[in-house]
Design a protein around this ligand. Structure first.
Ligand SMILES: *Cc1c(COP(=O)(O)O)cnc(C)c1O
Length: 813
């Protein structure tokens, strides 16, 4: 990334010209009292400003049939479930579009301050069910579809999962369409194929040929005496918008998720780089300088297009540019959109002709930066160097550390430093993570700016999807027990505390347990239909689903399974009779270039092949790696879990959000004292969480010891050494291929499995013991769910709105 941030080389996005007019008589007028008067048409569409389509059952079936005949050009006599899904989706979409348009119109007229969320990842999950739920139309569509001879639940299953990204970062947050590589499993290994989400028609995404901007790469910029700067030459690429409607719950407000794709023209003025490549791969391998350049171009492409769009909207309200931060707040989700900082600076300096200080003042009052990873690969090394440096104190220059430019050949731009310097506030995503940031990565900046620039917003999850949508049985039980409509606790999750009164109530316990049981059966059915295995649903269901990464330590879990298997094998049949059966589930994707993570998947799948058919043990221990991890798969797994694993090396998991999802659904946690696990335990009580392992402050010293005073694994942790040797010996096939993975633990053990494995196995034994007393377990389950109020995404968004954006809600109705 050599000297790319030279403002002279970065482009002027221009909106392509278009001529617009107003549809005569179709805009609301404001009367003397400031009240809006909407034109009334003959249709129900224009009444009292609360426009909308009729939503009674006959109107729904009529709209459905209309879409079958017209939009789909299909016949009523040969409609399949997919066609019916499309027609139903288009019918709901009509409602969404009307609300969405009204929302845009409302914002345009009121000109409230807007917050923009720039993110490379958005894991949206399915939209149809969410739209029905948010619009309060689920029952009516259910009736309507039944009337027409279809089953709504089957239609919901036909929707493909929209997923741009990998993990919690994306869940929390739209901006880069293209062929994401989608992993599946074949022959025990992860395979990547283009994501079908992007190949098939996605009714929830609208191409906006009318919204496009030219983005320039390369070229040169000049400023003649007394004139604005002009940037020309290089390559021009058209950025075209794709919009997805995002409905709010119990409101007509429907927001917009805007993605950008390279349009169908490019003008290579000096260079022959392909524009299509810019949006074709989400995470290009950036080990090569070509990959690095492509990645940088992607990041510039969508941040430049987004900023051009934001500036265009701001200009419509006719305020001086110095008031920009009073109307616009931009949240940078991790370092991926950091180029927005120099791009806004370039616009203000070159296009707006502002002096540097004025421009910088606007920039640093507009941006806010959320760091989502304590240890992205690049920072890990830096942290470790700091640890070493602490042991061997030698004065390094503070200035060099805080510099935007990392010296070397070639020089590199430090995106994290740029994001910190260019933002008004910087936050981490859980208490521990925010404290760690201040103590390590941004320490010098805390010394420079003071504490107040840095703060914490603990992540959250939406109770609409992660309770009501994925676990309707539980949501209904809660509503019935608390005698309040679902809408109340789905909007104020603290209301779940009311359940504490019923923890000791045997009737309630029974109902609670019955719902968990039926969710386990739903998962068992899924496994049977996808993998062909029958599962004992009375076994304990133990789940670890998340992106594959060494720091998340799926390795420790699979070595734990091997250890359990060896222990069972060594028992007499009489001893085995006393063991509680357990089923272990994994799901998750590895980054395409992440060799060790892919080996881990292969190991899990091959261990499963052996133990699931071993007659001595198969009734007591089985193991599944479910392919194609997605939000929809998580929605099946999470409500079915008795226990889930969140076992990162202390200090490495920024927050985690699946931990919150499991707890909300009454699953218990086994985990390390890390990320949001800590705050979950604070809320639900430590007695309801199975903690183990070393604490964050110990990690640095342990790593130092591993580096300079290594102890052989046979001495340090014989149980783990035995599991590794069993794998090496070929018991699970593929003898030899796992050595590179096993050696990461035998040699450097950066993630400290040898330090935590014994206490991990003890924690799992405590879990087994606790599960024996089912009534106590159910009580823990209820108490956990009841205390999850803090982890609603509504609370997190409220924190951002107050601490950063300084915006208030601007409701349509
Ligand atoms: C919640 C969620 C995640 C985040 O999981 P963590 O365990 O917190 O890393 C990742 N992917 C999907 C599909 C999710 O729903």
């Amino acid at each position: 990334m050599t000297s790319v941030i030279d403002p002279g080389k970065i482009g002027v996005p221009k909106q392509t010209r278009r001529h617009v007019r107003t549809l005569t008589g179709y805009l609301p007028e404001t009367d003397e009292t400031g009240k809006e008067k909407w034109p009334r048409g003959e249709e129900k569409v224009w009444i009292d400003g609360t426009r909308g389509l009729d939503t009674d059952v006959p109107s729904i079936t009529k709209s459905f049939v209309n879409h079958v005949h017209t939009s789909l050009a299909r016949q009523a006599y040969n409609l399949d479930d997919f066609g019916a899904y499309q027609a139903a989706a288009l019918s709901v979409r009509d409602d969404l579009i009307i609300n969405w348009n009204d929302t845009q119109l409302h914002f345009t007229r009121k000109s409230p301050k807007r917050a923009y969320y720039l993110s490379l990842e958005f894991l949206m999950g399915r939209t149809f069910d969410n739209a029905l739920l948010n619009l309060g139309l689920k029952e009516k569509y259910n009736d309507g579809m039944t009337k027409l001879g279809f089953n709504l639940e089957d239609l919901l299953e036909k929707e493909r999962d929209a997923g741009l990204g990998n993990g919690g970062l994306g869940r929390f947050s739209g901006l880069l369409p293209g062929l994401k590589r989608k992993p599946g499993i074949a022959n025990g290994s992860q395979l990547e194929a283009p994501d079908p989400w992007l190949e098939h028609d996605n009714p929830w995404e609208l191409p906006r040929a009318d919204v496009s901007y030219e983005v320039r790469f390369y070229g040169h910029s000049e400023r003649l005496d007394g004139m604005k700067a002009i940037w020309s030459g290089g390559q021009e690429v058209l950025a075209m918008a794709y919009d997805t409607m995002v409905p709010g719950y119990d409101t007509k407000n429907t927001n917009n998720l805007r993605l950008w794709e390279t349009g169908d023209y490019e003008r290579a003025l000096e260079s022959s780089n392909s524009a299509a490549a810019i949006t074709s791969v989400l995470y290009p391998n950036d080990h090569t300088s070509f990959g690095k350049e492509l990645r940088l171009k992607q990041q510039y492409f969508w941040t430049a297009a987004s900023l051009a769009d934001i500036i265009r909207r701001f200009k419509n309200i006719d305020k001086p540019i110095t008031e920009f931060p009073e109307y616009v707040a931009i949240q940078l989700n991790d370092t991926h959109p950091t180029l927005a900082v120099p791009e806004l600076m370039r616009i203000l300096l070159d296009d707006e002709d502002l002096p540097w200080d004025t421009a910088w003042n606007i920039v640093t009052n507009t941006f806010f930066f959320t760091n989502h990873t304590v240890l992205p690969e690049a920072l890990e090394n830096m942290l470790f160097l700091q640890a070493v440096e602490k042991k061997f104190p030698g004065d390094r220059e503070k200035l060099a550390r805080m510099s935007l430019i990392e010296e070397g050949f070639p020089q590199n731009v430090r995106m994290a430093n740029l994001a910190v310097i260019g933002s008004r506030k910087v936050n981490g995503v859980a208490e521990l993570h925010s404290e760690l940031l201040k103590a390590t990565i941004v320490k010098d900046f805390v010394d420079f700016y003071g504490q107040s620039k840095f703060f914490n917003v603990t992540n959250g999850i939406t109770p609409r999807r992660w309770l009501d949508q994925c676990n309707p049985g539980l949501s209904n039980l809660i509503s019935e027990t608390l005698q309040i409509p679902k809408g109340v606790f789905l909007k104020d999750l603290y209301k779940l505390e009311g359940l504490l009164k019923y923890v000791d109530n045997p009737t309630f316990q029974k109902k609670w347990a019955a719902i968990k049981q039926s969710n386990k059966e739903r998962l068992a059915h899924y496994v049977e239909t996808t993998l062909g295995f029958k599962i004992n649903t009375h076994a304990m269901f133990d789940v670890q689903i998340k992106r594959l990464h060494e720091y998340k330590r799926q390795t420790m879990n699979i070595f734990g399974v091997v250890h359990r298997y060896l222990t069972l094998k060594a028992m007499t049949p009489a001893e085995r009779k006393k063991v509680n059966p357990k089923v272990v589930f994994f799901a998750g994707k590895a980054a395409p270039g992440y060799y060790i993570a892919k080996l881990t998947i292969r190991l899990i799948v091959n261990v499963a092949r052996v133990i699931n058919v071993d007659p001595d043990t198969k009734d007591l221990l089985s193991l599944f790696f479910l392919p194609d991890y997605s939000v929809s798969l998580a929605e099946i797994l999470i409500p079915a879990s008795d226990i889930s694993q969140h076992i990162s090396t202390a200090g490495t998991e920024a927050s985690g959000t699946s931990n919150m999802k499991f707890c909300l659904n009454g699953g218990l946690l086994v985990g390390t004292v890390d990320g949001a696990n800590i705050e979950i335990a604070e809320e639900v009580g430590e007695s309801n969480v199975f903690f183990f392992g070393h604490l964050t402050p110990a990690v640095e010293d342990l790593r130092y010891q591993h580096m300079y005073h290594p102890v052989p694994i046979e001495e340090k942790c014989p149980a783990l050494a035995q599991a590794l040797n069993e794998i090496s010996s070929g018991t699970f096939g593929d003898g030899g291929v796992y050595e590179p993975l096993l050696n990461t633990i035998r040699q450097n053990d950066y993630y400290l499995l040898t330090e935590d494995f014994d206490s991990y196995i003890k924690a799992l034994a405590l879990v087994d013991e606790a599960y024996q007393d089912r009534t106590e377990w159910i009580k823990k389950s209820i108490s956990t769910s009841a205390k999850m109020g803090k982890f609603s995404s509504d609370r997190a968004i409220q924190d951002y709105a107050q601490e950063c954006w300084n915006i208030e809600s601007s409701k349509l109705t």
